[in-house]
Design a protein around this ligand. Structure first.
Ligand SMILES: CC(C)(COP(=O)(O)OP(=O)(O)OC[C@H]1O[C@@H](n2cnc3c(N)ncnc32)[C@H](O)[C@@H]1OP(=O)(O)O)[C@@H](O)C(=O)NCCC(=O)NCCS
Length: 174
């Protein structure tokens, strides 16, 4: 991965969305144990610790999300975003498996889109497995449309490969 300039203006530790109430800050190296615990539980083919470390070194936006209230301080989710350079490319969006279905993924995605728009991106792009119905429903509900397919993009069980759908949401409508 190549180092790309990071647009100025990210606001660490800012409130996210009214419902559910989350807080966000930049991911740090000392978050990686908690990040990897979630990552290895929610994906059949998870990123490695090295993938996250490389993303931090490359200067990608990497965010961790926690509950705004409460003392636990447990990570609810995290995201990694690459600027390319007038679009944001969502590389990873993950919510703790025990917390799925409570609106956290949508709140994180809405914050990431607001942050991208505020910092000058014209839209957000991502790849998703066609078999990932929860993620596709999340992205469609959030205004993303499929714009292409990358053939045999992902590893799949038994040495097979799975296509990626490329989805895009333009930021011109709000
Ligand atoms: C995809 C993911 C981030 C969604 O997070 P979440 O917090 O569970 O999602 P939310 O509760 O915010 O749901 C948002 C929308 O997603 C959709 N959705 C979520 N879970 C779903 C499921 N199991 N089946 C169908 N749709 C689902 C719904 O459309 C929902 O909208 P609704 O509020 O109208 O019901 C989460 O399932 C996850 O971390 N999965 C593992 C990692 C992953 O696959 N990331 C995406 C990689 S591209």
């Amino acid at each position: 991965m190549s180092a790309l300039p990071k647009p100025p203006g990210a606001a660490p530790d800012a409130p996210v969305a009214p419902r559910p109430a989350l807080r966000v800050r930049s991911m740090r190296a000392d978050d990686l144990d908690a990040v990897m615990a979630i990552e290895s539980a929610v994906y059949p083919f998870p990123w490695t610790r090295g993938n996250f470390a490389d993303s931090l070194k490359a200067g990608y936006d990497a965010w961790v999300f926690k509950a705004a209230e409460g003392a636990s301080g447990e990570l609810l989710g995290y995201a990694v975003v690459m600027w390319i350079p007038d679009e944001v490319h969502l590389l990873n969006l993950s919510v703790d498996g025990a917390m799925h279905g409570r609106g956290i993924g949508r709140a994180m995605l809405d914050w990431l889109m607001r942050d991208g728009r505020r910092r000058g991106a014209r839209g957000m792009m991502l790849e998703v497995r066609p078999s990932n119905h929860a993620a596709i429903a999340l992205y469609r509900n959030a205004g993303f449309a499929q714009i292409g397919v990358r053939r045999r993009y992902y590893p799949a069980p038994h040495g097979a490969r799975e296509d990626a759908w490329v989805m895009f949401r333009e930021f011109d409508d709000e």
